[in-house]
Write a protein that binds this ligand. Structure first.
Ligand code: PMP
Length: 431
């Protein structure tokens, strides 16, 4: 067994309370040079990672139930993905997909288009044909969606949702409404963005369209089909159906931001598949290339009406990231989407069994391996996240008082059981 395979099979192992001496020293050294805007949720200094296991510089081994913010979809350093990256890095690292052709860009676009077509056919009996623009990140995919929506419709405004997170660049930040700290001191943001409560399509019709924005001035409604950073909230299916109907009635484009919920995270390749609602545009990133920087704007052909030169990116769709995405798609399609559904059910069931009835836990919810646990206070969620870290489980907070579990999709049932037991022990141990 290679060293990395050994790490992937390792149990959680805390040899020195984190941060140990090496981590503490390196964090202290680095801090002076780092932007203070970086969050650093807990003092984890990672040396290497494999599968679902992460080793810090002191030799502590953690079970990763956050996957680098839901991006390491195939697990850390999956050998197939790592080989594809290495092979591509020896062949072509960069040439610029905006100005030139190379095979991977078309291949990935065709595969993503096939996924969207397959879903659309299953949901509606029709396949529009979909086209792809590749970016370096989720926020850029959202920017591209906003630009395309304005360009295609000739309309200026957007509707987004309270609790939504769409990125931190100016367009996407103007949609983001999960926490005011993301917006604080950055205004003025993009004009013409109207927010509705997440889950409430009636508000758009009865309030926004009636009082603040005429529907024929709206380019797009942008929504996460499952709320990510805002709390891992699964909406009632009728919410997305109503949004689709509103868009159809008023010639508005429907954008599903699946940067977090896409690529198998919810136990389906796209979260939209749970609801049978087909948008006009998808945005993807995070798990798309197993954590390599790649995002995608996927739109129906008839919407992709912007001409040559109207949008581009120097490194977006970089060949190495594409090689990673193609290998990732192979793994997702062959086993990992199914495994996300199966192991996700085990993890959610175990957390529900063990936690519901605990006074500090209000809800366990989610789809596939996108699972949220709602606590009764922000302080309790923060305490649990920090204590999980010290016990060897990596989780992140989300929403106002929740914790998200979004492990790599390669997580096994025994690892899911281990994650649930550490999480439960920490939650029920109020010390
Ligand atoms: N959209 C959603 C739904 C996200 O969760 C995120 C990141 N958390 C983004 C967009 C922004 O992605 P990135 O950080 O890659 O720019």
């Amino acid at each position: 067994m290679s060293e990395l395979q050994t790490l992937a099979a390792s149990p959680v192992k805390i040899v020195t309370p984190p941060p140990g001496p090496a981590a503490a020293a390196r964090i202290a050294e680095a801090r002076a040079f780092l932007s203070p805007s970086l969050i650093h949720v807990y003092p984890l200094m990672v040396a290497r990672a494999s599968g679902c296991m992460v080793e810090d510089v002191d030799g502590n081994v953690f079970l990763d139930a956050q996957a680098g913010v839901a991006a390491a979809s195939t697990g850390h350093c999956h050998p197939t993905v790592a080989d594809a990256i290495a092979r591509q890095a020896r062949t072509l690292i960069h040439i610029c997909g905006t100005d030139f052709f190379y095979p991977g860009y078309g291949e990935l676009a065709a595969r993503l288009g096939g996924i969207a077509d397959g879903f659309e056919k299953a949901a509606t009996g029709q396949a529009s044909g979909w086209q792809t623009f590749l970016t370096n990140s989720g926020t850029e995919a959202v920017e591209a969606a906003m630009k395309l929506a304005r360009h295609h419709t000739g309309r200026p405004n957007f509707i987004a949702f309270r609790g939504g997170f769409h990125g931190r660049s100016y367009g996407s930040l103007s949609l983001t409404a999960s926490k005011s700290k993301y917006r604080r001191h950055f205004g003025p943001l993009l004009p013409g963005v109207f927010h509705a409560p997440y889950g409430d399509a009636t508000f758009i019709e009865k309030e926004l369209f009636k009082r603040t924005v005429s529907p024929d001035d709206v380019a797009a409604i942008v929504v996460e089909p499952v709320l990510g950073e805002g709390g891992y909230v699964v909406p009632n299916p009728s919410f997305l159906e109503k949004l689709r109907a509103l868009c159809d009635t008023h010639g508005i484009l429907l954008v599903f931001d699946e940067v977090q919920s896409g690529m198998g995270r919810t136990g389906r390749m796209l979260a939209a598949e749970h609801f049978g609602v087909v948008p006009d545009i998808f945005t993807l990133a995070k798990g798309l290339a197993s954590g390599m920087p790649l995002g995608a704007l996927l739109a129906r052909k008839r919407v992709m009406t912007w001409p040559a030169g109207s949008h581009g990116s120097t490194c977006g769709g970089n060949p190495v990231c594409i090689a990673s995405a193609l290998a990732t798609l192979d793994l997702l399609e062959s086993t990992l989407v199914a495994s996300s559904e199966r192991v996700g059910q085990v993890l959610k069931a175990r957390l529900t069994e063990k936690l519901m009835g605990q006074p500090q836990v209000e809800e366990v919810r989610g789809l596939g391996l996108m699972i949220g646990v709602e606590f009764n206070s922000a302080a309790e969620a923060a305490r649990v996240a920090q204590a999980c870290f010290r016990r060897g489980l990596l989780v992140l907070e989300c929403g106002d008082k929740a914790i998200r579990l979004s492990p790599p999709l390669v997580i096994t049932e025994p690892q899911a059981e281990e994650a649930a037991s550490i999480f439960t022990a920490v939650t029920t141990d109020a010390s």
